[in-house]
Design a protein around this ligand. Structure first.
Ligand SMILES: Cc1cc2nc3c(=O)[nH]c(=O)nc-3n(C[C@H](O)[C@H](O)[C@H](O)COP(=O)(O)OP(=O)(O)OC[C@H]3O[C@@H](n4cnc5c(N)ncnc54)[C@H](O)[C@@H]3O)c2cc1C
Length: 387
């Protein structure tokens, strides 16, 4: 089969590597408009300390990913200058750039044709030339926009504004900090991901961003980092003497993406192009890579493309929707954090940690245990039979 993959994020790269792993006869070409080392973002956190079915599909690759993991077992809630720690969680994180490099090497080993620093050709051209077009282009997917009606796309920009930054302060837990500024509360989601580095996501509302004058489009990344650090003057211990690291000055707006249908003829959506989940539950990368696993399996199990794409959607859509429900509650909680400000630290912490209702970070590994087993068995059986 000739397969075109648009987008060299974790979803697109992992799918390209896996589909060649199970059948090297496929011809797979992947376009990524950024350079090979240009990854946006800092670290990504995996909330259950393991990668479930994603890891089971290619354990050798994940040995190298896991080698780079920073691990910890607690969540810290920092509020009004005090921190409360809760143990008993399992988290790991890795630099996004390191993860993408490993996935890229895996694609190179399997002879995926990689076209970095190149935008994908127009969709009609790809559709005509390839048997399958995988749109793994992220939240701003042009393919999804061009065929919005066919996919039944629902895009809902939310009130949550964020800047994905890094810092040289090494946090030792997944840290949620809420800092009261003169303009309203600002949240920080921080966690370590590499020696000497932590992710530091600042989240707030449109109103706080406007009133604090922080949204200045032409500011340099260094000026932006300094201006954002000023938000935390009221809690100097949060950063201490450390600096913020910024690679761009654009504040993002979290956009909820859903699609009634994930394929349209020979075009299929994968990862953030198909669905988003608010970053406060740290699952987007894993969801995109789980899509990659499911699509690679479906294409091998089903002779007809429409059957394969239907099986992929039937497997992934309900699982994704479950995570999206949890993520929406979490997003809403952070957007309405003002309602909780003023509570004593203990009560504030309990409300934050139980914000997603029935499912907490502790339960996530249980959700996909059966799925992990299925993926492990499928890949070891399929690879053994093609060896
Ligand atoms: C602030 C923030 C923090 C996050 N933190 C976490 C976290 O801790 N853990 C986690 O699991 N997830 C996290 N996520 C989510 C995660 O980044 C995404 O879910 C994940 O990157 C989705 O992977 P993807 O492959 O679908 O898309 P992307 O990673 O967005 O990759 C899409 C790629 O397609 C390329 N592209 C787009 N259009 C074209 C084109 N026409 N031609 C060629 N290339 C194109 C883009 O350059 C991009 O590299 C976070 C997201 C945000 C915004």
């Amino acid at each position: 089969m000739r397969i075109a993959v648009i987008g060299g994020g974790p979803g697109g790269l992992y799918f390209a590597a896996l589909v060649k792993q199970v059948d090297p006869r496929h011809e797979v070409v992947l376009w990524e408009r950024g350079g090979a080392e240009d990854a946006f973002g800092f670290g990504v956190v995996f909330s259950d300390g393991a990668l479930g079915g994603v890891q089971a599909a290619n354990p050798e690759l994940f040995e190298a990913v896991i080698d780079r993991f920073v691990r910890w077992e607690s969540v810290d809630v920092r509020y009004r200058g005090r921190t409360k720690s809760h143990d008993g969680y399992r988290f790991s994180a890795v630099g996004r750039q390191a993860l993408l490099r490993l996935l890229r090497e895996c694609c190179e080993d399997r002879r995926v044709v990689l076209r970095f620093a190149t935008s994908a050709p127009p969709l009609p051209e790809l559709r005509a030339e390839f048997d399958l077009v995988v749109a793994a282009e992220g939240v701003g997917s042009a393919v999804r926009s061009a065929r919005a009606e066919a996919f039944g796309a629902h895009l809902e920009p939310r009130g949550s504004r964020y800047l994905w930054m890094g810092t040289d302060r090494v946090f030792d837990a997944l840290t949620f900090a809420v800092v009261e500024t003169p303009h309203g509360p600002v949240q920080v989601h921080a966690y370590p991901y590499a020696p000497g580095r932590s992710t530091f996501i600042v989240e707030t509302t449109d109103r706080v961003l406007r009133d604090s004058g922080l949204e200045v489009p032409d500011r340099s990344p260094a000026e932006t980092a300094r201006a954002v650090a000023g938000l935390f003057d009221g809690d100097p211990d949060l950063l201490g003497d450390h600096r913020l690291i910024c690679t761009g000055s654009r504040w993002g707006r979290f956009t909820s993406v859903r699609n009634d249908r994930w394929s349209d003829g020979n075009v299929v959506l994968l990862g953030d192009a198909a669905h988003t989940a608010h970053f406060s539950i740290g699952s987007g990368t894993k969801l995109a890579m789980e899509d990659a696993v499911a699509l690679a399996i479906s294409l091998t199990e089903h002779r007809d493309l429409p059957d394969a794409l239907a099986a992929y959607e039937a497997e992934r859509k309900p699982a994704v929707e479950r995570m999206q429900r949890v993520a929406e509650i979490s997003r809403e909680w952070f957007e309405r954090v003002e309602e909780h400000v003023g509570l004593p630290l203990d009560e504030f912490t309990v409300r934050l940690l139980t914000r997603s209702g029935r499912i907490s970070h502790r339960d996530l590994p249980l959700l996909d245990r059966a799925h992990v087993e299925r993926v492990r068995n499928w890949f070891s059986r399929t690879l053994a039979s093609t060896a």
